[in-house]
Structure formats: structure tokens, C-alpha cells
Design a protein around this ligand. Structure first.
Ligand code: MN
Length: 227
């Protein structure tokens, strides 16, 4: 159908060693998925059911620059494994979940922690704290066909050369197949969906001019300058 103005284009993420891109449909994020991070945020690390929130598809940003957002004085870094789906549907069983994974990328779940904290206190949604423009810097996508399914490996984040976050993917409370299964019980998953799988301990504030280096073993590193 003809549209009344040009239809917005989907976000497309660069893929390693490919001229093709990964088109984004939806972005889901998992909260408190590493025990030590749950503790640092003041919560019980016991295995509670996972909970989810969303960012907008066009919040994913491969540019390598993160503009300090408006209306916040406390913006935190959270390094996370991003999982890209090539297919999906509702009610996926954990044992069948990995067949829907296209690949992975290093991602950051940048968070206006002050706005998120105020929302938590008021019992309101986290939207303004989490789903703002360019809030999800993302590295190049690596197909699982090239790197295998990632179950363990170092995940880290340094600010200006100083290590802040240092964990292992095997510390996830809910593993990737379980996350996909739980999400698919709630939502119809599909090709182009991106899942940010939670952050290890050590989150903290960033300032203008900082340079972040995010790494996950087996994936290209992600460098982001705070602008
Ligand atoms: Mn997060």
C-alpha cells in the first residue's frame, strides 16, 4: 500500500565478513540475569523467574559513539551478550531454542540509572531509563555458524582502560535456550528479534569523553566513545 509519508526503514546491523546486514524486528532485554549484579542492585540472587523489558529496534547503534542522553545525570554501562534470532514463534521448548539463533554480538544496555531508579520507586515502567535513542551500542554480528553457540567465555567492560565489569557467560542465571523459551511463552518471537541477556556485576556511571571497551570471548570487541 502507498503510504502517506516514506515508511521508516528497519535498523540493519552489520555482520562480520558479510555484505548482508541483520534487519531488526524487536529488542528484548533480560533483567538481573547474573547473581552478583542482582546483589549489587539490592536484590536476592536466587533463581526467580526471568523478567523482561524492551528497547526500541532503532535504539541499537553500531556507530561506536554514544551521545550522553538528555535529562539524566547518572548513565550506567551494562555489557551484555546480544543474541540475534533468524526465526521464531510462540511456545519454543528450550531444547529446540538454539535452532532459532542466527548469531551474536557484543552489546551495551546503556541505562539512565537515575530515571530508572525514580521509576522503580514510583512503581512505574522503566521506559525512559532504558529505551532511549542510541541506548544500545552494538558490535558486529557473528553468525553462530562461524563462532558456534556461546555458552561460556569471558565478558568484560573497561572504561578508559580500567576494568569495571569482568564475568563469564556461564554465570548467567537463565541460559540462552531458557531465555528464548520463556520469552516465547509470552510473545511470538520472529526473525530479526534481538535479545540482550543481562549484565555481570560492576555496572557504573560514564562521563562525556570516556572510551568504553566491551569484549566477549569469540566476538569482535566493541569500542564506544561517550559524546
Ligand atoms: Mn541490562
Amino acid at each position: 500500500m502507498q503510504t502517506v509519508f516514506p515508511a521508516p526503514q528497519p535498523s540493519i546491523l552489520p555482520i562480520c565478513d558479510s555484505k548482508l546486514g541483520f534487519p531488526v524486528r524487536r529488542v528484548y532485554c533480560v533483567g538481573r540475569n547474573y547473581a552478583a549484579h542482582a546483589v549489587e542492585m539490592g536484590h536476592d540472587p536466587d533463581k526467580e523467574p526471568p523478567f523482561f523489558f524492551q528497547k526500541n529496534p532503532d535504539d541499537l547503534d553500531p556507530s561506536g559513539t554514544f551521545p550522553y542522553p538528555s535529562l539524566s545525570q547518572e548513565v550506567h554501562h551494562e555489557v551484555e551478550l546480544g543474541v540475534m534470532l533468524k526465526s521464531g514463534h510462540g511456545s519454543i521448548k528450550p531444547e529446540n531454542a538454539l535452532q532459532h539463533v542466527y548469531g551474536y554480538a557484543v552489546t551495551l544496555d546503556m541505562t539512565r540509572r537515575d530515571l530508572q531508579g525514580a521509576a522503580k520507586e514510583a512503581g512505574r515502567p522503566w521506559k525512559a531509563g532504558k529505551a532511549f535513542e542510541r541506548s544500545a551500542p552494538v558490535g558486529r554480528v557473528v553468525p553462530a555458524a562461524d563462532c558456534g553457540f556461546l555458552r561460556s567465555g569471558k565478558i568484560s567492560l573497561a572504561v578508559n582502560g580500567g576494568i569495571r565489569q569482568d564475568g563469564d557467560l556461564n554465570q548467567m542465571i537463565w541460559k540462552v535456550p531458557e531465555i528464548i523459551a520463556k520469552l516465547s511463552d509470552l510473545f511470538q518471537l520472529g526473525a530479526g528479534d534481538v535479545i540482550l541477556t543481562g549484565t555481570p556485576a560492576g555496572v557504573g556511571p560514564v562521563s562525556k569523553g570516556d572510551v568504553l571497551l566491551a569484549t566477549i570471548e569469540g566476538l569482535p570487541e566493541l569500542t564506544v566513545e561517550i559524546g
